[in-house]
Every structure is written in C-alpha cells, then in structure tokens.
Design a protein around this ligand. Structure first.
Ligand SMILES: O=P(O)(O)O[C@H]1O[C@H](CO)[C@@H](O)[C@H]1O
Ligand SMILES: Nc1nc2[nH]cnc2c(=O)[nH]1
Length: 301
C-alpha cells in the first residue's frame, strides 16, 4: 500500500511515460483491453495483425512470475476492432503492490481504451456450478480491501478518477446482458451463470472453514485476482465485463477427497478457453452497440 509518506510507486507521470513508450512502439490504438486469466492466454490467438510486446521490455511494467501467465501484451484486431490482450496478469501474492498489479489498467485508459474485459480462473462455491462453467461476474467482494489492501488507498489523483468511486455498478449491466445474450445464441446457456466473485489474497487455496465462510458471505466463486483491476478500471471510467471460468469445485465438505492444485486449474482453463474465446469474439464485435453509463466518469481522465 502507498501512503502520503511512501508515495505511489506508479504516479501519473510513470503512467504517462509507459503509455508514450507503448504508443511509440505500436501503430495499434486499442479501444478494448482483455486481461487473460490463468491458462487463458490463448484467447489472444484469433487476433489478426498481431504485435507482441514483452512485459520485461516495457518501462515500469511488472513481469509475470506465475505459470500460465505468458507475460506479454498482444495488440491486434478482432472483427475489425482494435484490441490489446494482457497475456498474463499480476497478483498480490507475487509480492506486487496493488498499485503495480493494476498499473496496466491505467496505461490502457491513457492509451484510449474504453472497455476492459477481465477473465479469470476461479473455484466454484455455488452448488449449481460445474467444472468448466462460465460465470458472468455480476458483482464482487473485495476481501483484501476490507483489510486495507486496496489499489486506491493513498493520495487520490483526480486525473484518474474521484476519491470515493461508486462500485455498486462496477460490472456494466448492459454489457452483462450482451454477454448473456451471446452465450444463449451460441447454445451455451446450460453452462453459463451470473454470480458474485470473491477475491482472496492467496497464494494458498481455501481451507474448508474459509470456503464455508465465503459461501455464507454470498460468494459464488473465489479467486486471487480481478477485483483490484476492476476497481481501478471503474475508478478511471472504463466499462467493465468480467468472465470467470470455473476450473474446480471448492471443497465445502470434510469428507471430500479431491485436492485442488494449479496444474488442474490450468488444464481446465485450456480445455474451455475455446468456448470463452467464442463468447469474446462475438462480444468484441458487438459491444460498441451497447451504451453504458459510468457513474464515476465525469471526473475521469
Ligand atoms: O485469477 P487468475 O489470474 O485467473 O488465476 C487464478 O488461478 C491461480 C490459482 O490456480 C490464482 O492466481 C487464481 O487467481
Ligand atoms: N482462491 C482460489 N483461487 C482459485 N483459482 C482457481 N481456483 C481457485 C480456488 O479454488 N480458490
């Protein structure tokens, strides 16, 4: 966390420098950013006119340290729309501050992105969910935020957004409806749900008592990412869609023998990425048709 004394590690000037560097490296001017969750990097495969930039070459950018997160930006076109994919995201448990974790979101904003699609792998807590299902994120619980681990803690820079952003509509209702309509059109409705995603810091998976608590709190799935990115995106006036792939069922019962592990998460992500990709392609082609109101937008950059 950054405080007044220990000022932000990613200032507006840092963001500007990185943005200008990227704009000088590519002719792409993306309007849509896609954050690829664990094992979901292949969502970028369908893009045409691709250009990759490795995180380690980008000034001020963190680097990916988690298997299943390739560590590059991929610029390209999907159905004629200019997009940027984050093939690999950053997590709190990697040792990055939430300011660093969410740094790319502000870069996208400054580059001219208007809509961000965040994807992730998560564990299903809702008993109706099956492994391989897609959850359109309706809302989230920012559990680390309750304990002061929050990307917007510290001095607020009004050039990004307001001090007290509204989060009750973090996930655009109109974009959620479009995503759900598309899944129905594609014949996927039997394995698509809407639900509440809960972020924990990780890196361990949940104990059974913790999982039961999260379920009682109203969480339908749990993961270790997404919420900081969405919070910062909403703060700076981006439109947000969140798609979560249920890669495992979280144990809520002491008699269950299955033990979750990251390899299984990656395996299921890769198996179901094709389905998620089909949803994404159609969504990208059509999301400009949907108007949304971001309540924090008036003061955004
Ligand atoms: O949220 P993404 O990046 O998809 O990754 C999820 O998968 C990892 C655990 O297997 C954790 O990092 C969890 O957050
Ligand atoms: N915390 C958490 N993160 C996940 N990412 C994928 N599956 C899980 C899970 O069961 N728990």
């Amino acid at each position: 966390m950054h405080t007044k004394e220990n000022s932000c590690c990613c200032s507006f000037d840092d963001c500007k420098l990185t943005t200008e560097w990227l704009l000088s490296m590519t002719r792409h001017r993306p309007k849509i950013a896609i954050v690829c969750g664990s094992g979901l990097g292949l969502l970028a495969e369908t893009a045409s006119n691709k250009q990759d930039v490795r995180y380690e070459d980008i000034p001020n950018f963190p680097v990916s340290t988690v298997p299943g997160h390739e560590g590059r930006l991929v610029f390209g076109h999907i159905k004629g729309k200019s997009c940027v994919f984050m093939q690999g995201r950053f997590h709190l448990y990697e040792g990055y501050s939430l300011c660093k974790v969410t740094f790319p979101v502000r870069i996208f904003k400054l580059m001219g992105v208007e809509t961000i699609i965040v994807t992730n792998a998560s564990g299903g807590l809702c008993q109706d969910f099956k492994v391989g299902d897609i959850m359109v994120i309706k809302d989230h619980i920012n559990l680390p935020g309750f304990a002061g681990q929050h990307p917007l803690c510290g001095p607020n820079d009004e050039r990004f957004g307001i001090r007290f952003p509204c989060m009750s509509d973090a996930y655009s209702k109109a974009l959620r409806k479009l995503a759900l309509d598309i899944t129905t059109e594609l014949g996927y409705s039997n394995f698509v749900h809407e639900g509440v995603y809960c972020m924990v810091s990780g890196p361990n998976f949940e104990t059974i008592a913790e999982a039961r608590m999260l379920q009682i709190l109203g969480s339908d799935s749990v993961g270790m990412s997404t919420v900081p990115e969405v919070t910062v995106a909403k703060h700076c006036g981006l439109r947000v869609l969140g798609l979560s792939l249920i890669t495992n069922k979280v144990s809520l019962d002491y008699s269950r023998e299955e033990k979750v592990n990251h390899e299984e998460v990656l395996q299921i992500s890769k198996m179901r990425a094709e389905m998620l990709k089909n949803v994404l392609i159609t969504f990208i082609a059509r999301c400009h048709q949907v108007e949304t109101i971001n309540t924090n937008y008036p003061n955004a950059v």
